[in-house]
Design a protein around this ligand. Structure first.
Ligand SMILES: O=P(O)(O)OC[C@H]1O[C@H](O[C@H]2O[C@H](CO)[C@@H](O)[C@H](O)[C@H]2O)[C@H](O)[C@@H](O)[C@@H]1O
Length: 382
């Protein structure tokens, strides 16, 4: 199958028969072997490097604006003047924003009332939620205190880490067993077998983890592995002269970081990614925190991953569950949306600046995430 063409693949083009699955999983998604064997997307493609004179594409498609808004400056241009906001202005703006997204810490009693007689399931994003945002993605470590907070939570409630990173990478960073791990924005989910019996979720397969323990595995974008690898190599080659650019291969998706690229070169990196993606209509771009994320055009995201984990736990069809999802990024909005719809659970946005969200509550930073997790455990143990 040619993954660059628009035929017979798990893409968004066909309507998804609801009867096929409550999760909206397209039947074609599972027409390939779930383990082993992958389809090559063709010859290694090397888009000729060129320095575009203009950046019309990335200006008109909104990429540049999205890149700028992923890192809002602490000052704003008003009628051509650079106006610095004072600390008071910033605090006032944040405090007004918190009326709409109240602190999950201050609202804890409300959350605990909602959790009464319900099974809590905890979903945690990694970067910016469990670990602070740092310049080098390879140095984004969570603290030992945070690790022990997550470990304690996982002893009390089913817990899943849902990250844009590859599953292996996020597992190495978190280092705790007995959790669900959903890497590549949910396109690579592994969970303990005792929670995910195959008769509960038919689309999972049994596999072994790094320690040889039997686990349940779900890969809705397996066919895209060769294509992502190919695009990753092209991205590395074509961005190698852009100082500060960094490309990561997450197996089912790839990331192009511009956090350490001078802002004047953002159009260059955006145009470079845009030119490569023109050859891959079955891939799309989403924006994260100073990162361009390249992923397959399949109907799968962190929200679907939340639904998948709940279904795997046998908790998707009951009101006796309270899913809590904590995340900081645009890609977490898919999960917040799923929980907001039908008032199914609590989304908690990690942000120290005002931003629109589908979350219900907020915390400022990972240190407040840790306090929230500790408080959940105290509530359970009381
Ligand atoms: O879903 P997440 O777990 O939040 O992963 C999203 C991206 O996280 C990482 O990048 C972000 O964190 C880096 C380390 O703090 C930071 O340098 C970068 O600017 C952020 O975008 C990860 O490296 C990406 O691949 C993930 O897509």
């Amino acid at each position: 199958m040619d993954l660059k063409s628009n035929h017979s693949s798990p893409v968004l083009t066909d309507p998804i028969p609801i009867s096929k699955s409550r999760l909206g999983i397209h039947s074609n998604m599972f027409s390939y072997p779930q383990s082993g064997g992958s389809l090559s997307s063709g010859k290694y493609k090397m888009t000729p490097r060129k320095k575009p004179a203009k950046f019309d594409d990335v200006r008109s498609n909104g990429w540049l604006d999205a890149m700028k808004s992923s890192s809002p400056p602490r000052k704003k241009l008003i009628k051509g003047f650079n106006i610095e906001f004072s600390a008071d202005d910033i605090d006032n703006a944040y405090n007004s924003w918190m009326i709409k997204y109240p602190s999950a810490l201050k609202s804890f009693e409300q959350i605990s009332k909602r959790a009464k007689n319900k099974k809590i399931v905890v979903f945690l994003d990694y970067d910016g939620t469990l670990s602070p945002i740092v310049d080098d993605p390879d140095q984004a470590f969570m603290s030992d205190d945070m690790r022990s907070a997550v470990s304690n939570v996982a002893k009390c409630f089913p817990t899943a880490i849902i990250s844009g990173r590859s599953r292996d990478k996020v597992y190495d960073l978190v280092g705790l067993t007995e959790l669900f791990y959903a890497g590549s924005h949910g396109m690579d989910i592994i969970g303990p077998v005792n929670h995910t019996e195959s008769d509960v979720h038919p689309n999972s397969i049994r596999s072994n983890d790094q320690q040889g323990k039997e686990v349940s595995l779900f890969n809705p974008a397996r066919e895209f592995i060769p294509m992502i690898d190919e695009v990753f190599k092209t991205l590395v080659e074509n961005t190698k002269d852009i100082s500060g650019a960094k490309v990561e291969n997450h197996k089912f998706c790839a990331s192009v970081h511009y956090r350490n690229v001078e802002e004047k070169n953002w159009p260059t990196i955006a145009q470079c990614v845009h030119d490569i993606l023109k050859d891959y209509p079955r891939l799309r771009l989403t924006h994260g925190r100073k990162v361009l994320e390249i992923r397959p055009v399949i109907e799968w995201n962190k929200g679907k991953a939340v639904e998948f984990v709940l279904e795997s736990l046998g908790l998707s069809e009951t009101d006796d569950v309270l899913p809590i999802y904590i995340g900081d990024d645009k890609t977490d909005e898919d999960a917040f949306k799923v929980l907001r719809e039908g008032d199914r659970g609590c989304g908690i946005l990690v942000s120290s600046v005002p931003k629109e969200s589908n979350a219900i509550f907020s915390v400022r930073d990972p240190s407040e995430v840790k306090i929230f997790l500790d408080t959940l455990v105290e509530m359970e143990e009381a």
